[in-house]
Design a protein around this ligand. Structure first.
Ligand SMILES: *[C@@H]1O[C@H](CO)[C@@H](O)[C@H](O)[C@H]1NC(C)=O
Ligand SMILES: *[C@@H]1O[C@H](CO)[C@@H](O)[C@H](O)[C@H]1NC(C)=O
Ligand SMILES: *[C@@H]1O[C@H](CO)[C@@H](O)[C@H](O)[C@H]1NC(C)=O
Ligand SMILES: *[C@@H]1O[C@H](CO)[C@@H](O)[C@H](O)[C@H]1NC(C)=O
Ligand SMILES: *[C@@H]1O[C@H](CO)[C@@H](O)[C@H](O)[C@H]1NC(C)=O
Length: 252
């Protein structure tokens, strides 16, 4: 079971013979997740029922009855959601492989002779973003965290003049985040982009061209100075060459 993160809350409510556990669970896409039921004394168990409520879908139910040793898939048709093992031994649920559509609430309810026990999981499926860092024209760098779930955060070292855009892909809940930065005026050579995401952080660095690509970019003081210097050099070279030519001719 590869759980990237098991976090936030494990809240236990006890009231009138009922116990309620809640867990928020983040699971990496394409891995296997196992959801366990509340720990109870097995001989007291009458019925174990799972309720699965996925986003934008009606809930479905599956159950195990201990006295008759019967299991029902009920109306849960997703073949990737099954019992983790034999329900007469352990009524845990398994999602394998986890898909992006498995976001939702999964509740194990155990009815025993001592009361009811619940464990509700809020399952969040994580998709790691694809991270790229490129230099575009004019000493500008673009860092992109594509198709991540949830949206990634992008930060830069050193900080520049940045514009960050988020572009959700409505089909599957993934988000592409793109940050475009400029370091105008300052002579920054190396910049790095850090992408933080629940599925893991990533950092990429790039060495920016030092103004060589700023040709044709209006308003560049450096360029004007370079042009003037270069023209002067050319004039001097031509002049010197001319004089040398004349002298060589004179010497004949
Ligand atoms: C899961 O439960 C939370 C809180 O109980 C609720 O806000 C959310 O809408 C539920 N999600 C689904 C898919 O039913
Ligand atoms: C499963 O059955 C329950 C209760 O009969 C119903 O409310 C729910 O909509 C059904 N779910 C699906 C996916 O058909
Ligand atoms: C329950 O049924 C399964 C087969 O469906 C069987 O392998 C298992 O031994 C039975 N368990 C009990 C406790 O009767
Ligand atoms: C930039 O990074 C490269 C390696 O990535 C390193 O060799 C170089 O020294 C760095 N330059 C500066 C100015 O930090
Ligand atoms: C990722 O970065 C964030 C902040 O940028 C930090 O809080 C978090 O602990 C990091 N996670 C990992 C797995 O390193």
């Amino acid at each position: 079971m590869k759980l990237v993160n098991l976090w936030i809350s494990l809240i236990l409510y006890i009231f009138s013979g009922q116990e309620y556990f809640k867990t928020s669970l983040s699971v990496l896409v394409d891995t296997k997740a196992v959801l366990t039921c509340p720990p109870v004394l097995w001989p007291s168990v009458l019925v174990v029922a799972w309720e699965i409520a996925l986003r934008d879908k009606p809930p479905c139910f599956g159950a195990y009855r201990r006295d008759t040793n019967q299991t029902t898939r009920g109306n849960c048709t997703d073949k990737r959601i099954t019992w983790a093992s034999r329900p007469d031994e352990n009524p845990a649920l398994q999602v394998d492989p986890v898909a992006i559509t498995h976001d939702g609430n999964y509740t194990c309810q155990i009815v025993t002779s001592d009361g009811n026990f619940y464990h509700e999981y809020h399952l969040q499926v994580l998709v790691p973003p694809e991270v790229t860092l490129v230099q575009t024209e004019k000493g500008t760098a673009v860092c992109k965290a594509a198709s991540g779930k949830p949206a990634a955060q992008i930060s830069w070292t050193p900080e520049g003049d940045c514009v960050t855009e988020q572009e959700p892909y409505w089909g599957d809940g993934t988000v592409t985040v793109q940050s475009t930065c400029r370091w105008g005026g300052r002579h920054v050579l190396n910049v790095s982009c850090s992408v933080s995401h629940l599925a893991g952080n990533k950092s990429l660095s790039i060495e920016l061209d030092k103004g060589v690509r700023t040709l044709g970019f209006p308003g560049s003081d450096l360029l004007i100075i370079l042009c003037v210097k270069f023209s002067l050099l050319l004039v001097i070279l031509v002049f010197v060459g001319f004089i040398h030519f004349q002298r060589t001719n004179d010497c004949r």
